[in-house]
Design a protein around this ligand. Sequence first.
Ligand code: NAP
Ligand code: MG
Length: 481
Amino acid sequence: MERYGNYIDGNWQAPISGQYAPNINPADPGEILGMFPESCHADVDEAIQAAVKAGPSWRQTPSPERGRLLLKFADLLDQHADALGEILTREQGKILKESVGEVQRAAVEARFMAGEASRLAGETLPSERRGVWIQIIREPLGVVGAITPWNFPVVTPVRKIAPALASGNTVVFKPASDTPWTAVYLMELLIEAGLPPGVVNLVIGSGSVVGQRLAESPLVNGITFTGSSATGRRIYTAVAQHLGRVQLELGGKNAAMVTDYPDLEGAAKEIVAAAFAASGQRCTAISRVIVSRAEAPRLTDEIVELVRQIKVGNGLSRDATMGPLINKERLMTVEEFVGNAKNSGARLLAGGKRLTELGNGFFYAPTVLDGVKPDSMLAKEETFGPVLPIVTVDSMEEAINVCNDTPYGLAASVFTEDIDKAMQAAGAIRAGMIHINHGTASEAHVPFGGVKASGQGAFSIGGTAKDFYMTDKVVYLEIKS
Ligand code: NAP
Ligand code: MG
């Protein structure tokens, strides 16, 4: 069985802890993909020291040169899309088409950030005094800790590492324990692109040991984290002790609101695609439908018909259109959500069970329920699985109230032909991203983030990313003449 290592200060090395954990395939948990480090505090400390040491030379590297490394990295991602996509499917479960698409998306985001490296402009201000210039210079934040989840194990790390490097920071990267293999592959591509030693360091291990240590270290100037709101809170608290900076991208309970929209077939297509991609394990997955009473019966029929066509299976097989869940815990959580909804009077219209006929993999049938009470667990809390509850309302006003009645505020879709209602909803919904007349798909150059329990700090992707990765310095220059 192959043993993988950490990458610290330009070397692949065994964890100081000497401990390893198996990485399994969620479609076939008997298949062990490799043994990966269970690193300890000493591993993390060594990686932080390497990032600190590499900082001065990397920040002095001309930023367009840093951009060139990212361009090369982006090209490598494209060249390796099939091979890396296959590894992604084997350790994460999503279907191959989605995996390859994720790698290609990561390449586009890296390329945008390569360009950003040449756009790190500051500002020049006039002075109250004669002969004085005032400049605002943007400097790298320093050492950045990047902690990532398993649901997008390629694009999420790239979304953090690429802007960090463009802005002149050095990085300690801790991937999710369920997806360390893609992280190793990403490091190999970065090395091939010309990464200097210590500029990005990979430490594999658990969140409570490796992640927590990173967040607590005063040598780490900022943590960029994507994951659950509960872990986000823990990280925010730890980073606050040394007054570091955070960028937190957290959970969501994203609604699709449908009212006065004649093309219900089209709406259903958009909703089902956004709800069941990656088996519903997307932070921006549509995870509830809020529909007018008049349109509910037809929209529900259209949704159920499309959901019945979803073919669940091993993500590597050509005819599968949805893969397994990531692990047993997630499967049990999804079962609990559905059981709870049924007990509180919801009606099961499709799915609602494990697919044991597919073997030991963590397969769950795509599920639709209606009669879901707006204040139930399924309507309000993040499910992170292939489950779509339908809630019926009487007006756009009620739809907006139901939409906002959750701790989260990540994304929302609004389907309506009534422009007044569209703008009313866009103004009143408390979410970071609103999509009118399509599903919750983001673009590779556009700021991405959430409000309330869905996020904290600068939006990632696009032009806002550098607001996390850079800090301001003001220089007053007096010219004696
Ligand atoms: P998670 O349990 O919060 O884990 C995310 C990462 O944090 C993992 O690397 C995890 O390590 C690490 N971690 C756990 N405890 C930690 C601690 N005390 N200190 C520091 N790091 C710690 O989330 P997940 O289950 O992997 O991912 C699903 C969640 O991510 C969902 O809630 C989803 O909505 C959210 N998400 C949000 C976005 C967004 O952009 N808003 C995007 C994708 C996913 P281990 O793997 O070792 O536990
Ligand atoms: Mg795995």
